[in-house]
Design a protein around this ligand. Structure first.
Ligand SMILES: Nc1ncnc2c1ncn2[C@@H]1O[C@H](COP(=O)(O)OP(=O)(O)O)[C@@H](O)[C@H]1O
Ligand SMILES: [Mg+2]
Length: 385
């Protein structure tokens, strides 16, 4: 198996830079997701990898081979498109056979009726490959049907099957689930992740949906404005974002962000509430403090360092209850996760007091970059909530 390298990739359409300077190494066999808001350059990067678009600068290599000048068909990558692009008049079996026919047969062998007689051995082998692929995808019973007779999820699998028979170096997928309804989309996440585990082939997957990226990827590259802001495993991206834009993009409900300052003791505070101790040498005066909804809890008594918010909305999801609070006289909205049984009778308009769970806060400088938290024990600084 081959790793894929994108080195110093730039792309402009006319005067507009769309990819700024992308370096990305994709490991052989991994499920890598390019995730970011619409328009950030994900599809363009994938198309450059596929060879459908030429970079303005930089190189693409597969294994040891630079493929910049290589046509898409000769890169041995399988692009699975959003629209399934199956031939409607052919059976699923014939659809899946098409790429093999084009690759393995002479012109004579491709002729109707006579072809299969001339190239009997080849046809038997191709049929075997299609059956094997259909077995992996669990679409064997559907092979004789036409695409119009399949459900959305089955068509998806058939399209994947057609891409799989050629045994490509990698599958490239651009928002393949976006045409499906919500329930099927969630179901297909686990199907795709499972499929990836059984195939062990590299998947490069594009999505604007952070939940898809978190649930399926081995690693995710968070893109914004033509840059990769951070590349890492989903839990690293979620728990340890290095840029405030990554922290905001990943996670639902969104991370709570509060304006703060660093005081003379090196503590990040919001008003008179100390929320975190920052590292030595943190030069930034004005900071933003990030607290995820699950890193907050309701205050029992009147703990030091608690925050107060007015309840404006409660979102009950059964296992979790999200309290939407208006804090600092309505200047900010915060969301606190709790469990339905943990909260007594609280009505809309009531004041709710809550605290940060120990150790859970992220501090970002004025430039949006993460500021390292101090490891030093509390001795020198007053205890924080
Ligand atoms: N062929 C093109 N010509 C001009 N602009 C383009 C072209 N393709 C994409 N763009 C622009 O490049 C930016 C990135 O597009 P794209 O890669 O499709 O983003 P994404 O897939 O992340 O939504 C967008 O602003 C888009 O309008
Ligand atoms: Mg796109």
């Amino acid at each position: 198996m081959s790793a894929i390298h994108l080195d110093s990739i730039r792309k402009s359409f006319g005067e507009t830079p769309v990819l700024k300077n992308i370096d990305l190494s994709i490991r052989a066999g991994e499920f890598l997701t390019l995730v970011g808001p619409s328009g950030c350059g994900k599809s363009t990067l994938l198309r450059i990898l596929a060879g459908l678009e030429a970079p303005s600068a930089g190189s693409v290599s597969i294994g040891d081979r630079v493929v910049n000048g290589v046509r898409p068909a000769n890169r041995n990558l399988a692009m699975v498109f959003q629209s399934y692009a199956l031939y409607p008049h052919l059976s699923i079996e014939d659809n899946m056979m098409t790429p093999l026919r084009l690759r393995d047969l002479s012109t004579a062998g491709r002729l109707p009726w006579i072809g299969p007689l001339l190239a009997r051995e080849k046809y038997r082998e191709m049929r075997r490959q299609v059956e094997e692929t259909a077995r992996v995808l669990r679409i064997e019973p559907l092979l004789q049907r036409k695409p119009g007779q399949l459900s959305g999820g089955q068509r998806q699998r058939a399209a994947l099957g057609r891409a799989m028979v050629r045994k490509p170096v990698a599958f490239l997928m651009d928002e393949p689930l976006s045409n499906l309804d919500a329930a099927l989309r969630i179901h297909m996440r686990s199907e795709l992740a499972e499929l990836h585990r059984s195939l062990k082939t590299t998947f490069v997957y594009v999505t604007h949906d952070q939940a898809e990226a978190l649930t399926m990827s081995d690693r995710m590259a968070v893109m914004m404005d033509g840059d990769i802001l951070q590349l890492g495993a989903p839990d690293e991206i979620y728990n340890n974002p290095q840029d405030i834009r990554v922290a905001e993009f990943v996670g639902a409900p969104k991370i709570n962000l509060l304006p703060g300052v660093i005081d003379s003791a090196g503590q990040a505070r919001c008003g008179d509430v100390v929320l975190s101790r920052v590292g030595v040498g943190a030069a930034s005066e004005k900071v933003t403090i990030g607290l995820r909804p699950e890193h907050l809890e309701l205050a029992g008594g009147d703990e030091k360092g608690s925050l107060t918010g007015r309840l404006v909305h409660r979102e009950n999801l059964g296992a979790d209850l999200y309290l939407h609070l208006s804090v600092q006289d309505g200047a900010h909205r915060m969301v606190v996760r709790t469990a339905p049984h943990e909260i007594g009778r609280v009505s809309i308009g009531d004041d709710v007091r809550f605290v940060r769970k120990r150790g859970e806060a992220m501090v970002f400088g004025a430039d949006g970059k993460r500021i390292r938290l101090s490891e030093t024990p509390a001795a020198a600084v007053p205890e924080v909530a």
